[in-house]
Design a protein around this ligand. Sequence first.
Ligand SMILES: [Zn+2]
Length: 189
Amino acid sequence: MLTFGHTARAYLITKAPPFSKIKFNKLEMFLVIFAGNIFDMDVVWYFLSGAPIGAHHLFFGHTPLMGVIYFVVFYLLFRKRVKKQVFVMIALALFLHLFFDDLSYLLSLVGLTAHTHPEIFWLYPFDPRRNEVLGNFLANPNSYQYKMIEFMQYYITKTLLVFLLEILLIILALFFLIKNLIKNNIFKN
Ligand SMILES: [Zn+2]
């Protein structure tokens, strides 16, 4: 899943029950959306180092263990400034990022995508699947996508269902965003 999808998904968490009943301020909204994207900050390293962008899920930056570290940092920095529910949403945003990144593989298990290997190693550093996938990557790094355009081509052709789901999430998020904007304007007038 790409940045737009992760952003839309994190925003939708704030609009889902029971959180939709609570009024969150700008900082709280920002933190949830940022948490929904924070794993992908490792992409910067891939761009700078020239490593294949398509392999960025294979390393520590995209593991649940890293998610726990991010969560603890969020908690320590903001525990006195935001509502408790925000941390539940941050935990959800972190978990769902990894879940949606792994979805191309999970759907391939039931034949719905043509993706061939796990993206997220949930039990890292004890996930036995990682050695095999990492070994394949190191033996043949050129089989991974180096450029964003290659990544997009792969994404749309091999994992079309995830791409369509991403579009659906974006449409849903836009619907709630526009609804919110209209509601706020009515209150101002
Ligand atoms: Zn990701």
